[in-house]
Design a protein around this ligand. Structure first.
Ligand code: P6P
Length: 337
């Protein structure tokens, strides 16, 4: 059994020829995201110490201003992406507007990045896993000009790459460039993400469903009927409250993650551009499905604004199909054919 270490860098370079129009820029961008992930990982792992050093927003024992980790992650990712020279702009959960990046040394950059720098950041203070989510598009605007909003408002089907970093019991980076899904676990002793899960495929069904059961009475009847079905089937309920963590478990063990519309979030809570699309791309590449509660394929939804919210059901294909059947049977509104 060949158990030679394959680092993320080596893997990306080796697989570069699989990416159409690849001329190294996307490779460089993916490697830069890997570097940013290591930097963020270092600070996330110290998060527990911040309580000793001072809570976010306060001054720590050395008088330094302690920064909220999600803002720190956002800053580090932006820094790394700016230094790459391969990224023309960034749309981040932390920034109301997109961030145009001026070309370095007059070199045109082909790509833009959408990202949630630290998803689930409310869980940091209680030491629950959090994650970074990113997606990469080829820009549509003139490469010699500053990027525009239309570069970011592209359907998920136009993603050239997507991935996430889960800062959990170990730190794992999972990504796809449209040729399957691979996972890399950070080996802190050598500071490298090492290939640990090759060609990940989601089970066709699983024994878990993942939803905030506390909103049950606020869900539409068809979602309540499907959740009742999950309970009747004795599926286990697992809900961490960090989308990356909940979806990661489902990617490996099978199951379904749901965030339906509620009175508080009539369009759904989760963001299309930098949460649902990247995770839907990964899930479909692993053989899963991702639709909204109106049964539209997530990756086909035409974005209209950067921070657009959508409903989502994502996971094992057989379980997403079952959820679809419940919506078709019980939904009060006509469902698009
Ligand atoms: P709720 C985290 O704040 C997040 O954006 C996702 O990571 C997570 O799935 C969801 O919100 C949790 O939302 O309403 O269940 O607390």
């Amino acid at each position: 059994m060949n158990n030679r270490i394959v680092t993320l860098d080596e893997f990306i370079i080796r697989r570069q020829n699989e990416i159409p129009f690849a001329s190294g820029e996307l490779t460089g961008l993916l490697r830069d995201i890997g570097v940013a992930a290591k930097i963020v990982n270092r600070e996330v792992n110290k998060a527990g110490l911040l309580n000793i050093l001072g809570a976010a927003g306060s001054e720590n024992v050395t008088g330094d201003k302690v920064q909220k980790l999600d803002l720190y992650a956002n800053e580090k990712l932006i820094e790394c992406l700016c230094n790459s020279g391969e990224c023309a702009g960034i749309a981040s959960e932390e920034n109301e507007e997109f961030i145009p990046i001026q070309p370095m040394d007059g070199k045109d950059s082909k790509y833009v990045v959408v990202m949630d720098p630290l998803d689930g950041s409310s869980n940091i203070d209680v030491n629950v896993s959090v994650g970074t989510i990113f997606g990469i598009y080829r820009r549509l605007s003139d490469p010699s000009e500053t990027c525009t909003q239309k570069d970011f408002l592209q359907k998920g089907t136009q993603l050239v790459a997507a991935g996430y970093v889960l800062y959990g019991t170990s730190t794992i980076l999972v990504y796809t460039t449209g040729c399957g899904v691979n996972g890399f676990t950070l080996d802190p002793t050598i500071g490298e993400f090492c290939l640990s899960h090759q060609n990940i495929k989601i089970p066709k069904r699983g024994n878990y469903y993942s939803v905030n059961q506390g909103y049950y009475l606020k869900f539409d009847v068809e979602m309540r009927r499907y959740i009742d079905h999950c309970s009747d089937e004795n599926y286990g309920l697992r809900y961490i409250g960090t989308m990356v963590s909940d979806v990661h478990r489902i990617l490996f063990q099978g199951g379904i993650f749901l965030y339906p519309n509620t009175r508080k979030y009539p369009q759904g809570k989760l963001r299309l551009l930098y949460e649902c699309n990247p995770l839907a791309f990964i899930m479909e590449q692993a053989g899963g499905k991702a639709i909204n509660c109106s049964l539209e394929r997530i990756l086909e939804i035409e974005p209209t604004e950067l921070h657009q919210r959508v409903t989502i059901a994502v996971g094992s294909p057989d379980m997403v199909d079952e959820m679809k059947a419940f919506v078709e049977k019980y939904a009060k509104v006509t469902v698009p054919a």
